[in-house]
Ligand binder design. Structure first.
Ligand SMILES: [Fe+2]
Length: 173
C-alpha cells in the first residue's frame, strides 16, 4: 500500500496492531504454562482474555471506519515473542526463569503501548471519535497490565532469594 496521508498511516498502524494482538493470542497461553508462579500464570491468563477482546475491538474499529480487518505482519512482535520463548525454555531456577518471562511480557506491553499511543493520537487528529474511544480502552489495559507485571516482579523476584537458591551464592545472576 502507498502511504500518502495520515489516514493511510493510521490504517497501516491498525493492521500492524491487529497482527500483534493475534500473535499474542497464540503466544500468551504457552507463556503462562511455562511460568512457575501461580500469580504470574494468572496475570498472563487474565491478559490473554483481555487480548482476545482487544482483537475484537480492533475489528470493531476497522468496521466502524469501513475497512476490512487485515493484519500486516509485525516483525517486531515476532522478535519479542521469540526472545520470550527462548527465555522460558531455559533450564534453571524457576524464580529466575519467571523473572525472564516477566521481562519478556513487559517488552510486549511496552511495544503495544507505543502502538496504541500512536493510533490514539492519529485517531484524535483525524477526528475518529469512536475509534479513539475503543483504542483508548486497549491502551489503558496495556498500561495496567504493565503496572501489574512491575508489581509482580517486585514481589516475586526477590533477587536475594534467587541469588542464594540452593543455599549457594550465584554470582552469575
Ligand atoms: Fe494487547
Amino acid at each position: 500500500m502507498r502511504l500518502n496521508t495520515l489516514e493511510d498511516l493510521f490504517l497501516r498502524e491498525l493492521q500492524g496492531l491487529y497482527d500483534v494482538e493475534n500473535q499474542l493470542v497464540k503466544a500468551l497461553p504457552q507463556m503462562a504454562d511455562k511460568s512457575s508462579s501461580t500469580e504470574l500464570q494468572n496475570a498472563i491468563r487474565e491478559h490473554y482474555e483481555q487480548t482476545k477482546n482487544q482483537v475484537r475491538r480492533l475489528e470493531q474499529v476497522f468496521e466502524n471506519l469501513g475497512y476490512k480487518a487485515k493484519a500486516e505482519k509485525s516483525e517486531g512482535i515476532r522478535g519479542i515473542i521469540s526472545e520470550g520463548e527462548d527465555m522460558s525454555d531455559m533450564e534453571g531456577e524457576p524464580a529466575a526463569i519467571d523473572a525472564g518471562i516477566i521481562a519478556a511480557a513487559q517488552k510486549v506491553e511496552h511495544f503495544e503501548i507505543a502502538g496504541y499511543g500512536t493510533v490514539c493520537s492519529y485517531a484524535k487528529t483525524l477526528g475518529h471519535e469512536q475509534a479513539l474511544h475503543l483504542l483508548k480502552q486497549s491502551l489503558e489495559e496495556e498500561k495496567t497490565a504493565d503496572r501489574k507485571l512491575t508489581e509482580l516482579a517486585e514481589r516475586l523476584v526477590n533477587i536475594d532469594a534467587v541469588r542464594s537458591a540452593g543455599g549457594q551464592a550465584r554470582t552469575e545472576f
